[in-house]
Design a protein around this ligand. Structure first.
Ligand code: HAM
Length: 409
């Protein structure tokens, strides 16, 4: 007995039909071009990692979202939820040989067992750009400049998005000044990261669980109203350099940016659409201790993760659903079987000349051929009838302008 299977992919996973690939290629293309423009070198790795490397400290959401299983030899295996632990492992493995600072980039498919909401899937592609082994704030400037460049390359304007920037070091100093010691900061950061996603009384309860008194909880909420970052030399320097690099209009200070991952130690940032309709477009920051936690040498690093899901939704909303499709190539068709050979030869010649050719696979009426060519995304079309073959001359039609030009067969 045969049962009809569901045609849906597993929940949270995506299929990419050709019309989806058009968007994916546009987004990935901009990411790759910007990374190259900013001097990042591509690297890659397998989506399967050892669970041990990815297992997280209690309290971090990603830890609970990891897909993991035992292989047939009882190895505890996991699908990566992000690229950063893998990057740390790869760098630690060759730490003696590598010439620092490294500027590395990748587009990595990542898996998280997320609660499904708008912009969050259980699988996504995440563009990563990391600079490893450089303490200078110029590393932050390069990483942020590169991400803003990619958003503009995809067709967005500076007014469509804002990168919200803060510093865990600065927030730590403000907490310290209110008598909240550094031992409590990790818990405070994890609780504050939930602001906006959870009601404040629940955050207050989390802070109390983290060992804060009522007064300290009150002081913490007061700190979260800080609007001025001029007391932080590193934030001031970041904004000054961004001005020189020409993307300061894409940045704004926001003490509320904390980040949900505990490895960040300094500048942290998250990018949002200015209308506030979508989830975070990208996020990242400075992480100084990740290599040492896996046994590597102390190394300062800064990087970002930029998913494909939210940005594609945002681009469709701002540019229109058809904006990714570019007209390209030549459609070649023919009227009767007798013209098939000439069409095959013409297609081969055009391809040899570097054209993309979509060759008809059977004879067609001209109307049908041209309407298909219009829809399929070809920029030009040539249709061979008996007269064309007899004369040895065909007409190459520009589908946008309707202009025709004669070509010899
Ligand atoms: P993250 O904030 O967890 O950071 O993720 C970075 C970005 O990946 C998010 O802003 C979002 O665009 C995308 N993303 C994450 N989870 C999902 C999901 N379930 N569905 C769709 N998109 C998602 C990190 O992962 C850090 N490792 C980034 C980093 C690199 N920090 C330093 N270097």
């Amino acid at each position: 007995m045969s049962e009809k299977l569901s045609f849906e992919p597993p929940r949270g996973m995506r299929d990419f039909y050709p019309e989806d690939m058009v968007w994916r290629n546009k987004v990935f293309g901009a990411m790759r071009e910007s990374a190259a423009r900013y001097g990042f070198e591509p690297y890659d790795s397998c989506v399967v990692e050892s669970y041990e490397l990815l297992a997280r400290k209690a309290g971090e959401e990603v830890g609970e979202q990891i897909y993991h299983f035992f292989d047939k030899s009882e190895r505890h295996i996991a699908l990566r939820a992000e690229m950063t632990p893998t990057l740390a492992r790869m760098v630690a493995q060759r730490q003696k040989e590598l010439a620092f600072p490294l500027k590395w980039t990748t587009i990595a498919q990542c898996f998280r067992y997320e609660r499904m909401t708008k912009g969050r899937k259980r699988e996504h592609y995440q563009w990563n750009c990391d600079i490893i082994g450089e303490k200078s704030i110029l590393a932050e400037v390069e990483v942020l400049g590169c991400a803003c460049d990619a958003l503009k390359r995809m067709g967005l304007k500076a007014e469509d998005f804002k990168v919200h920037v803060s510093s865990r070091k600065f927030l730590g100093e403000l907490l310290e000044a209110s008598g909240i010691g550094s031992a409590k900061h990790a818990q405070v950061f994890l609780a504050l990261d939930k602001r906006g996603k959870m009601p404040d009384p629940e955050i207050a309860a989390m802070l109390k669980d983290g060992g804060l008194s009522d007064d300290e909880v009150k002081a913490t909420f007061a700190i979260m109203d800080t609007k001025d970052c001029s007391q932080s030399p590193e934030l001031a320097e970041l904004f000054r350099l961004a001005e020189l690099a020409g993307f300061a209009d894409c940045l704004q200070f926001d003490i509320g940016v904390i980040r949900g991952l505990s490895y960040y130690t300094g500048i942290v940032f998250e990018c949002f659409d200015t209308k506030g309709e979508f989830r975070a477009i990208f996020g990242g920051g400075r992480y100084d201790n990740l290599l040492t936690t896996i046994g590597g040498e102390p190394t300062s690093a800064v990087g970002l993760g930029f998913g494909d899901v939210v940005v594609t939704e945002l681009l469709k909303a701002r540019l229109g659903g058809n904006a990714a499709k570019e007209k390209a190539g030549v459609a070649v068709g023919f009227m009767f079987d007798a013209e098939a050979d000439a069409a095959v030869k013409l297609a081969a010649r055009l391809r040899a000349e570097g054209e993309q050719v979509d060759m008809a696979l059977k004879p067609q009426k001209p109307k049908k051929f041209f309407s298909h060519a219009d829809q399929s995304g070809a920029a030009k079309a040539v249709f061979l009838g008996p007269d064309d073959v007899a004369k040895g001359v065909a007409r190459l039609k520009d589908l946008a302008t309707r202009e025709e030009r004669e070509i010899a067969l």
